[in-house]
Structures are given as C-alpha cells and as structure tokens.
Ligand binder design. Structure first.
Ligand SMILES: Nc1ncnc2c1ncn2[C@@H]1O[C@H](COP(=O)(O)OP(=O)(O)OP(=O)(O)O)[C@@H](O)[C@H]1O
Ligand SMILES: [Mg+2]
Length: 326
C-alpha cells in the first residue's frame, strides 16, 4: 500500500520565526499516525498547511499520491484544535451543513449524521444548539463534522483534549471503527502518551518545527533507553550483589535501592535467568524480580526535553518581565 500523505522538507515562517523547518513525514495509507510534541512545536501549523488553510513557504506535499490541491483536499476531513462547529446551529444542522460542503445532502446526510451522533453518544442532543453543549460534547460534534463526507484522510488535532477518561476511551473505539470501516488514514495530534500508544501504528515526535524521531511506539521506546530490572535477594548483601552483577558481561549499570538492586542493560529480561543463576552460585537467592520498559513519556522528554526546558525558561523570563512592568 502506498502513502496517504508525503511531506518533504516543509518550511513555514511567521514573521522572522521559522515555525516549521525541513519537516518531512510519510504516512502509510490505512494507518493511524500520531504527532506528538510540546506546545508550540508546529503540529497544528502542519495540519493547517495540509488542510490548505495556509501555504508552506518551502517543500512539497502530496496527498494520496497527488500534489496537494483543491481536488485531493476534498478527500480530507479535518477537526481542528479549536472546535469549528457553529454555535447557533443544532448538532444535526451542523452535521448536515458540513456534509453539504462536500456534496453529502438529503436523506444520506441525515442518516449519516444520526449514525455519527449515535456513535459519539450525542443522539439525545441532536436538536440542541452547539452553544449549549458541554466542552467534551462540542469536541465530539467537531469530530463528527469532519467525518460526514467519509474522508480518505482524517486529521484530528487533539481530538480528546478535555474529554473525561471514559469518553476518551469511547472516542478511541469510535475512531478505530471509523478508520477500519472506511479504510481511511488517520493523522492525529495528542499530548496523551497512553492515547498515542493505544491508538497509533506509528508516531512522530515534533520539536521546534522539525520531526526529531519517527517509528512504532515500540521502536521509539527501544531507542530511548534500556529496560530496567529490579531484583531482591536474600540474604541481600547489596554490595556483594552489585559486585557480582557488575562482573557479568554486557551489564551497564547496577545501583542499590531500598529493597534490592536496579540493573540496567540491553535486553535485560532475557538475561534474568543467567543473572539469577550466578547470584545463587554466590550465595544470594533471588526472591523477587520485575522488568520495566521505558515509557513513551521517557521518549518524549528525551527527544523534546531540551526544547521544553528552553520554552519554560523563555516563559519564566516573560512572566518576570510582565511582573516588573505592572
Ligand atoms: N498565525 C500565526 N502567526 C504567527 N505565529 C503563529 C501563527 N500560528 C502559529 N504561530 C506560532 O507557530 C508556533 C507553532 O504553533 P502551533 O500551533 O503549530 O503549535 P502546536 O505544536 O500545535 O502546539 P500545541 O501543542 O500548543 O497545540 C508557535 O510558536 C505559534 O505561536
Ligand atoms: Mg496545536
């Protein structure tokens, strides 16, 4: 299968600030792709460029194998970060309006709208004006509006921000089902690592306008760090245990904790039997062991951490400055 989206060296400058720079990304057709990155990294800017709301200053963009343009963009369904629903229209009216923009009208539109409202738990609100919906309901309506014309590429900018945990999980189910049923490609942004992990086939970390890492959630986690194993032994002579484990080839680091030792090494889980055997030989019996994987959050912080720190410093400086002024 080919690519639904191919961005090559996109650049975007606002004033003097490069918001996107050498931004390249390929998204396979039929996949769910996540964009992660700190506030201001350029995720929404990228989505606006793909949607055609703004134009890149540099680089090329292809959608479904054709240069991005009016025709290929009709295959796009976008739910922007700020809800795009019309406050004075009811849920049903919003949906049929968005459908009509893409030629979905009449009975087809009404039936599709009702089905989307039902899937997103909004059916009883169908005749309520959007203004009177709760924040989370508006978010869901905004998603439904993006799906009315059965787009081949769906782009959701922070679809679950502001949703309660149960609704968020329901949203994942809906999104998965829509992607599966319509064979669409989904590109979404999120700040929730567990969401990225649960939903996405592949992820890209964006930092300061640039894709700094890309891969499956597992690949990315492996890239950042080693697995860690925790061991408790009896009698538990920590110094001795550390000395023994450190003597084993390929072990990077061993540190003592309150209840035993922490061992860092590549592929540590497969080496635990060997470690246990050597310890027993030396008079220390392993009574408990556990392995923990590096989390996506670790990857996020490592890949984008420096920039985050810089951003925080800049924000603090701004605040001080404001403080002095007032
Ligand atoms: N119309 C604009 N004019 C000038 N600067 C802009 C404009 N739109 C966005 N920016 C700047 O571009 C940078 C990237 O913003 P963008 O909204 O793409 O970030 P983001 O990754 O979506 O962040 P968030 O996670 O907070 O949504 C920010 O520094 C922002 O201030
Ligand atoms: Mg954004």
């Amino acid at each position: 299968m080919g690519y639904a989206l191919e961005a090559e060296s996109l650049g975007k400058v606002y004033g003097k600030k490069a918001v996107l720079y050498d931004f390249s990304l390929k998204v396979r057709a039929g996949s769910i792709f996540g964009l992660l990155g700190p506030n201001g990294a350029g995720k929404s800017t990228f989505i606006r460029i793909v949607s055609g709301l703004e134009e890149q200053d540099e680089g090329t963009l292809e959608l479904l194998g054709a240069k991005a343009g009016k025709a290929s963009r009709r295959q796009l369904g976008v739910a922007p970060q700020e809800n795009s629903v019309y406050p004075l229209l009811t849920c049903m009216e919003n949906l049929t309006y968005f459908g009509s923009l893409y030629g979905v009208t009449g009975k087809t539109a009404r039936e599709r709208a009702a089905s989307l409202l039902a899937q997103l738990g909004l059916l009883e609100k169908k005749d309520v004006v959007a203004e009177y919906l709760s924040g989370g309901m508006k978010r869901r309506l905004s998603l439904a509006c993006a799906l009315m014309h059965l787009p081949k590429i769906i782009m959701l900018d922070e679809p679950t921000t502001g949703l309660d945990p149960a609704t968020r999980i329901k949203m994942w189910e809906t999104v998965r089902k829509v992607v599966h049923d319509t064979k669409a490609t989904l590109i979404l942004t999120t700040h929730y690592m567990e969401e990225a992990e649960a939903l996405c086939d592949r992820l890209a970390f964006v930092s300061a306008g640039h894709v700094v890492a890309e891969g499956t959630p597992d690949e990315l986690k492996k890239r950042v760090g080693k697995e860690i194993a925790k061991l408790s032994t009896v009698p538990g002579n920590a110094e001795k245990v550390i000395r023994i484990i450190k003597g084993i080839r390929g072990i990077d680091n061993v540190t003592a904790t309150e209840h035993g030792v922490v061992v860092e090494a590549k592929g540590i889980s497969s080496r635990l039997p060997e470690i246990a055997r050597i310890l027993v030989k030396n008079g220390e019996t392993v009574i408990e062991m556990s392995v923990s994987q590096p989390s996506l959050e670790d990857v996020f912080l490592k890949m984008t951490g420096l920039k985050l720190l810089e951003a925080k410093k800049a924000e603090a400086t701004k605040k001080n400055w404001r403080g002095e002024q007032s």
